[in-house]
Each structure stands twice: as C-alpha cells, then as structure tokens.
Design a protein. Structure first.
Length: 188
C-alpha cells in the first residue's frame, strides 16, 4: 500500500483536473443550456457531479487497495479546492469562503452518490442517473442533447481517472537483475 508524501495529494488533484478538462463540463452545459440559472450555481452542481465521479472512481478495488483511505480523501478534498481555485465563474472572497464552497460541493457530491446505493439505478448505471438528477435540478431534464453530451463527458472523465490511477500505481521496472530460480544454487 502506498503512503503519499506531503503535497502529493495536491499534485495528483491538479493532474486529475488537467487531464479531465476543468472548463469542459461547464462549456458542454452552456452550449446546450435552456435555463436561466446563474453560471455560479450551475458550476457548483457540475463540480459536485465531477467530485462524485472521482469519489466513486477511487473506490475501484485496484485504487482502494493501493492507496490509504485518508490519502484518497485528501486527493478528493484537494481536487475540490484546486477546482475552485482554477475556475473563474464563482467569486470566492478568501480561504474561509473557499472552505465553505468546498463543503457545499461535498454535500452535492454525497447527494449524487446516493445513486450508487439505489437498486433501481443499476441499469443504465448510476452515472446516467447522476446526470439526470443534475439536469432535473437545473430545469433541463427534458433536454436530450445536453443529457447525452454530459453523460458521455462523465463516463469519459471516469475512464480518464481510471487511466491516471493505473499509470500512477503501475509498478516501476526493477533495476535489479532478475534471478532465475531454476539456475540458482538453492534450487538444486
């Protein structure tokens, strides 16, 4: 099991934001938006959806067994903080305001996570229902183009998270010469 060094969770969070495209989910929404909901409210919900997606991804067995739970939580927390730092839509006054916003995002994400506990959410999958719930909250539930586009984005984001963690956790090749046990003196 890996134990992260100081600052590693922040670096991982920044990398995750970079590979998934911070502004892409907002751009997708704005391109097909039919509602009059302010952009800052929309972005908070989208960050909550993205955070839920990351929270569910880090529960994948190959990630959860290699990285300590508290380190995974640090990654998610840093993801939200960095997301809020990098965006320009939500006005944040200071660190206390940012922490309040982080708590709001985590509350939104936990609401979306309920889709993984409901039996009727198995088909076509919890991510589908998260997007459906997001659009319901934004008054766009009948907007098929935005639903399809956001669902594709969220699913691809999950795949990018998976690829990132596979690469991060991939064992490094050993510099030590391999010992062939059949030729070693102890095997005779």
């Amino acid at each position: 099991m890996f134990s992260l060094f100081d600052g590693a969770s922040q670096k991982i969070a920044k990398n995750l934001i970079m590979i998934t495209g911070l502004k892409r989910s907002l751009a997708i929404y704005q391109e097909h938006n039919l509602s009059e909901i302010p952009a800052d409210e929309v972005l908070m919900l989208l960050i909550g959806l993205d955070t839920c997606n990351l929270l569910q991804t880090v529960k994948e067995e190959f990630i959860a067994k290699e990285i300590k739970e508290e380190d995974l939580q640090d990654i998610v927390d840093d993801y939200v903080v960095e997301y809020l730092k990098q965006q320009e839509t939500i006005v944040i006054q200071d660190g206390a305001d940012r922490m309040t916003r982080c708590e709001e995002v985590m509350t939104i994400a936990s609401k979306f996570q309920e889709n993984w506990t409901q039996e009727d959410r198995k088909d076509p999958g919890p991510r589908f229902y998260c997007v459906k719930e997001l659009l319901r909250l934004l008054g766009n539930e009948k907007n098929t183009p935005i639903h399809d586009t956001l669902f594709e984005f969220i699913y691809e984001q999950h795949n990018q998270f998976i690829r990132y963690f596979r690469t991060l956790l991939e064992p490094f090749p050993s510099d030590e010469p391999q010992v062939n046990e059949s030729n070693s003196p102890q095997s005779t």
